[in-house]
Design a protein around this ligand. Structure first.
Ligand SMILES: Cc1cc2nc3c(=O)[nH]c(=O)nc-3n(C[C@H](O)[C@H](O)[C@H](O)COP(=O)(O)O)c2cc1C
Length: 164
């Protein structure tokens, strides 16, 4: 079983993704957020996305009980935020620039895109909980995204071919 888990980690580690910071406010109105690469698009009608949170995550209860959350898609020059929001024992929001959005969510500044979502559905799946968000507001820029691959982050490589 351990061998299977190692193979799983290697296979998934070789599947590049973007990097997001998912944020919300807790019940005391403190901003909360963590680095997430499990984010994926789900549906166009209605607009739905998903991400999954580890049941060991400190912010599990905050996100499962939040009415809404924001998916902040990091830009290629925001690797520091990827590390900041995955580091333990640091005051994440005093070390980055952020603002409260009109939808009342903490939004990281200078981000590539933001999807503000209602927290509409949750599915327990093994050691994670899948959160499904209905997108209620989108902020989009043309900034290049930050990519994650085999425990490294960086920019889109120069050789990159368009699909049909
Ligand atoms: C690139 C990257 C992607 C990550 N993706 C996820 C994820 O999808 N879900 C998750 O629960 N943790 C993910 N993590 C780990 C969390 O960011 C990390 O455990 C964080 O400290 C959890 O914060 P919390 O314990 O304050 O909730 C990721 C970390 C990195 C570096």
């Amino acid at each position: 079983m351990i061998d299977q888990q190692e193979e799983f980690k290697k296979a998934l580690g070789n599947y590049p993704t973007g990097v997001t910071v998912v944020t919300t406010f807790d019940q005391e109105n403190n901003p909360v957020g963590l680095t997430v690469n499990s984010f994926a698009s789900v549906s166009l009608e209605p607009l739905l996305i998903l991400w999954s949170i580890d049941k060991k995550s400190k912010s599990l209860g905050i996100f499962t009980s939040a009415d809404q959350f924001a998916v902040n898609i990091l830009a290629s020059d925001q690797a520091k935020l990827c590390f900041l929001f995955s580091s333990k024992e640091v005051d994440r929001f005093t070390q980055c620039e952020w603002q409260r959005s009109e939808k009342n969510l903490p939004i990281v500044k200078n981000i590539a895109s933001v999807l503000e979502c209602e927290n509409v559905q949750q599915i327990e799946a093994g050691d994670h909980v899948i959160l499904i968000g209905k997108v209620i507001h989108i902020i989009h820029t043309d900034k290049a995204p930050l990519l994650y691959h085999q425990r490294s982050v960086g920019e889109i490589p120069k050789t990159f071919y368009q699909t049909n």
